[in-house]
Write a protein that binds this ligand. Structure first.
Ligand code: ATP
Length: 139
């Protein structure tokens, strides 16, 4: 069975949407193997977002991710990587389909970074890489 690293980003925690987001993950039938309220660090985010270094939104993204606590989770279940990304919806919350986390709960706030409530690993290799970064004891 598959694992995915899911984050409730600082906007989701700040807005009190953690419970609603966890509810949707559990209602879909996935299991929580770990769940922790965490403060990210610049070092951790540099690893997590290594592929985006140099992009115009990288600075604002890291700053946003440091703006408050996040909830980090390891989600488990058959095809949960694809399944959670489907629950999350498109990256841009303005156009994310209604019924998805971003489509139902997110919007554009006119900022340099898309505050889109959640992160979910995009492939098995990135899931294992990200789980090692956030939960070294599970690596
Ligand atoms: P998705 O889950 O849709 O792939 P993601 O989180 O994997 O989203 P990435 O392309 O990996 O998206 O980008 C990481 C994060 O950077 C996004 O979730 C979003 O917060 C921010 N971001 C991405 N593209 C932009 C952009 N063009 N402008 C502003 N912020 C962006």
């Amino acid at each position: 069975t598959q694992r995915s690293l899911v984050l409730v980003k600082p906007d989701g925690v700040r807005r009190g949407l953690t419970g609603e987001i966890v509810r949707r993950i559990e209602a879909k039938g996935y299991t929580l193997a770990r769940l922790e309220l965490r403060e990210a660090t610049p070092e951790l985010l540099a690893e997590h977002y290594a592929e985006h270094e140099g992009k115009p939104f990288y600075g604002p993204l890291v700053e946003f991710m440091l703006s408050g606590p996040v909830v980090a989770m390891v989600v488990e279940g058959e095809r949960c990587i694809e399944g959670f990304r489907s629950l999350a919806g498109a990256t841009d919350p303005t156009v994310a389909a209604p019924g998805t986390i971003r489509g139902d709960l997110g919007r554009d706030w006119g900022l340099a970074v898309q505050q889109n409530l959640v992160h979910g690993s995009d492939a098995p290799e990135s899931a294992e890489r990200e789980i090692k970064i956030w939960f070294p004891e599970l690596g």
